[in-house]
Design a protein around this ligand. Sequence first.
Ligand SMILES: Cc1cc2nc3c(=O)[nH]c(=O)nc-3n(C[C@H](O)[C@H](O)[C@H](O)COP(=O)(O)OP(=O)(O)OC[C@H]3O[C@@H](n4cnc5c(N)ncnc54)[C@H](O)[C@@H]3O)c2cc1C
Length: 330
Amino acid sequence: MSIKVQKNILLSKYTTFKIGGPAKFFCVVENIDEIRETFKFAEKNKLKIFILGEGSNILISDKGFDGFVLKIQDTKYKIQTNNKIFVGSGLSLAKLVSESVKNNLTGLQWAAGMPGAIGGAIVNNAGASGMSMMNIVEEVEILEIITQPPLSGGISFSPDKGRLGGIRRLTNKQCKFSYRNSIFKEEKKYIILNAVLKLKKGNEEKSRKMISEILKSRKEKQPFEYPSAGSIFKNPVLDDNHLRRLIKENSELENISKNNTIPAGWFIENLGLKGKKIGGAMISEKHGNFIVNMGNAKAENVIILISLIKQKVRDNFSIQLKEEIEYVGF
Ligand SMILES: Cc1cc2nc3c(=O)[nH]c(=O)nc-3n(C[C@H](O)[C@H](O)[C@H](O)COP(=O)(O)OP(=O)(O)OC[C@H]3O[C@@H](n4cnc5c(N)ncnc54)[C@H](O)[C@@H]3O)c2cc1C
């Protein structure tokens, strides 16, 4: 066996939140052969599997994950003709952005300063400034887990219910991208291996200027000084009547709302919840939609803050906030 399976590995160090208990088994995989080997190991030992990228959009429970965590670290990439890039799903967004700029390609500047790897970014249809992965993904190569019935709860594989199928390619349309969502997030039965991204010819100097403006704005708005998982909630989309009613009571929303969407952070700030602390977790004073780890925060502290926010927003605005982050091991 060429893979190195480790036991009882603390997951907090593999997440940007720096929160999470141990994985019963843990393995870093770099290619499809290693993934297949880990599945054999999981089948033999009857372990459920969780696929981990850079852990920047998840909250792992304090108990950890009672199964097998596969950290995908396939970081290969190749600039192709026609402004396309072939990327392994473990390549970081940071590296992808810098390589695309160096090669005079444009279309990815919005991802500057965003943590995470390609796989997780495709799963979430990660985005900013009105752009997201759906604008650049041409094709995604996957390994499909054949399940009967489909699995849920952030777990990609359970040996009693599934087996690993063959490689398939999905077109952009087949990925069913929508706001911070995709077929991968909905069905939880695909392992993303590689992707082909389509960019445009650009100008290195112009791209660099844009990136430095984006980084400056991120630094001003987001609490990079503390560990977090980025935005906790998706921005809610309201129907016309609901929006009109809210604007009547809060005139500033006239300028803040875009396409019937209001930033989740606005509700949290409006309710005076910024700075609210439970244990080591705090609703950021800088950005209402971020919960930060001030030191030794427990997943339980974060969960309490999330429930508090959801309850107050529901009671005061009749809006049910939905999580952008995913829960693992709860
Ligand atoms: C400070 C900060 C700022 C952020 N800003 C933004 C932002 O502006 N916009 C935005 O959209 N997001 C933002 N995020 C969230 C996060 O950066 C993105 O969602 C990122 O793309 C997640 O990638 P990841 O590798 O960390 O995924 P992970 O968190 O490791 O995983 C996320 C999900 O993807 C699955 N997954 C990961 N890799 C694979 C794979 N190869 N195959 C199948 N499933 C896989 C996991 O099982 C999990 O379900 C921010 C986060 C932080 C901490």
